[in-house]
Write a protein that binds this ligand. Sequence first.
Ligand code: MGD
Ligand code: MGD
Ligand code: MO
Length: 755
Amino acid sequence: MAEDRPRYKTYDRPAGGWGAAAATAKVLLQQSVVTKGSRALVSMNQPGGFKCPSCAYPDSDCKKTLDFCENGAKALAHEATKFRVTREFFAQHTVSELMAQSDYWLEMQGRLTEPMRYDAATDRYVPCDWDSAFALIAKHLRALDSPHQAEFYTSGRTPNEAAFLYSIFVREFGTNNFPDCSNMCHEPTSRGLPHAIGVGKGTVVMEDFEHAEAIFVIGQNTGTNAPRMMTNLVEARKRGVPIVVVNPMPERALMRFTEPQDVVQMAIFGSTAIASEFVHIGIGGDLAFLKGMMRALFEREAGGEEVLDHDFIAEHTAGLDALRADVMGVSWAEIVVASGVDEGQIRRCADIYNASRATMICYGMGITQHRKSSQLVQQIANLLLLKGNFGKPGAGISPIRGHSNVQGDRTVGIDEKPTPAYLDRVRDVFGFEPPREHGHHTVESVAAMLDGTAKVFIGLGGNFVRAVPDTERAYAAMRGLALTVAITTKLNRGHVVHGRDALILPVIARSEEIRTTAGEQFITIEDSFSNVSASRGVLEPASPDLLPEVEIVCRMARATLPDSNVRWESYIDDYDLIRDQIAEVYPAIYSDFSERIKAPRGFHLDIPPRRRVWPTPNGKANFLVLPGLEVNPPVDDRAMLRLATVRSHDQFNTTIYSYSDRYRGVYNDRMVLFMNADDRAERGLAPQARVAVETISGDGVSRRVEGLTVIDYPMPRGSLAGYFPELNPLLPLDHYDPTSGTPAAKAIPVLVTAA
Ligand SMILES: Nc1nc2c(c(=O)[nH]1)N[C@H]1C(S)=C(S)[C@@H](COP(=O)(O)OP(=O)(O)OC[C@H]3O[C@@H](n4cnc5c(=O)[nH]c(N)nc54)[C@H](O)[C@@H]3O)O[C@H]1N2
Ligand SMILES: Nc1nc2c(c(=O)[nH]1)N[C@H]1C(S)=C(S)[C@@H](COP(=O)(O)OP(=O)(O)OC[C@H]3O[C@@H](n4cnc5c(=O)[nH]c(N)nc54)[C@H](O)[C@@H]3O)O[C@H]1N2
Ligand SMILES: [Mo]
């Protein structure tokens, strides 16, 4: 069909608007859930309803009757889909056949319906009752020589209640091996920021948008990955607030946007220009850009102007002199080369920052996925501290998280490096001695599988094997395991790349009701702005044989730890009892959890820097130095290009909704490479040439992806972009930020050659 042919064409309309409305209608139709889906959307992100399963952006606090975006609607439609993966489906397809299918095809088969076990004799998944599934898990776990031979992954859609119990189960079992999707995502925020301001979370709340006088959006594709934030940006622009966008890709929604919920703007085909300043940064150029801005401020101070907040600095901070010496030690010429941005523009951005009495800096994966990401996050904090941009309305740091509960999972115990104080609480509350040695993060867990130490993998949500780096090695790693368990809603690669024994355990999804013998239960999540709120599904579960994640965790624990004194059975029925335990383990932030959660919009977890209290060892906010201008090791090859692996507008991480990426003008193709036309021509490549990409790495492993089409795109020279997860085979496992363990998925050194 001509419709399905790849097409590449500039998208010159504003993002959002009628295009978004049409896409919402289309996906409901495609999943055959127009009535059911529309009914569910009315309850999404409303008090008494359920939380969007897509991103972690908070609900609007104004009384919107509809509070969802195009991409939330896609997530919901794919969850509420009428299609089902049944035992007949598995009887019809061997696992080898399923392996040959695309990620898109696997996703489109629909919701999983009953527990299944891999049968090697027939190379098929066969039905398996829940009790036998838990018995199989227990058998494998109890057979290990050491609890550290098992890896317990969590993906960020898991609610607080299930994540908390999982962390208790795994610690009672005896390990801190908690590889987590956060390890690939905002871990640099969690590990880097505490040294600067004492917490590893953002410090802004929704109302800060109303008071901000300048907003920076760095390395984040807002219109696609946190679309509800566009409402805040549109409102800010209408108030005349300058918005500085720093990105190697001129993302459409950050240039021009039509608010789909603004009736007037929709009717008159109006739109709002978002970026008042677009900084076309080279990949990895952010450190130099931030230092350039700080240098401009220091120069003005040296010239006699008062631009820094001296009272704030004197009372609340330490380390300014060392920072100034470091920043003044790099020349403008070096800054311009390393950032790819001219001096005039950096100074202009510094002027915008200087003129604002309250600045917010929001950032995403463009900051966190480099080799020195944790320290790069600290440089953002430096810039904010210079003008006292913490603890006042409209100001602060705002990591825009990914998964809807990725932040909450970490708060309630999913942490491979738990603090001694937390472990003492667990011991006192639950009466067992938790392991003290640190466990594996995601990259370490893959390494442990490769070297044969790890034998069992349990995935609470997610699609681990497709999300991690080094696809081929990751597949080999999974296949070497004795048991893999996928606790999931939809079919994905992690089910077909599996261990010798394998289980698929299907769960009740976010939009669906949870009923237990004690009545209807709700779960809770924590959003990007640290609000904790309740989520109650409204739809009938996709199948009668699904279990809630809480029950799966409890029954896994009960089967594995028959002598446990933890009251697993009671938690299955009554989720308030779980919240009471969370309150006991975290009295400082979660006291009275069961009561406070009754407020229609939940409650906010205390973030001390909002009160200008800094839980750091010296009790101050610290200016921290990262010498030099590079966040990725230099590569001695003049033909090298830096590749960022990014999301399209039509995917949720490894879930592919369609092959198109409307705002970047790509239709029916994901095997593309966004490239500067001069970089292309320099390599003797014709427009839309077919190319191969190869990673430059010193480890002797060949990493190559073929069959990509080059698209001339406004990328800075030397910077390339392409899609995750198709390009994960190019990302070496050891190419990560050592402080956080986060793979440098935005900065893969590669060569591009004709195919
Ligand atoms: N619809 C939808 N929503 C999602 C997701 C999804 O897949 N689909 N995923 C969720 C998850 S888990 C996450 S973590 C978030 C991710 O949301 P984002 O943080 O927006 O993630 P990416 O799409 O990976 O791209 C980040 C942006 O960084 C830019 N970039 C690349 N390299 C650099 C650099 O060196 N410097 C700068 N300044 N920018 C750079 C890219 O051009 C891109 O615009 O979204 C969440 N929300
Ligand atoms: N190259 C490269 N790699 C990356 C990234 C990148 O930008 N570039 N981004 C990284 C980031 S930020 C992240 S967060 C990770 C994502 O890694 P993951 O979180 O592991 O991956 P997802 O694709 O979000 O997982 C999708 C699967 O989750 C299951 N699922 C959906 N809803 C539910 C639910 O309610 N409960 C349960 N139990 N299961 C559910 C479904 O079966 C679905 O197939 O990928 C990382 N990998
Ligand atoms: Mo993420």
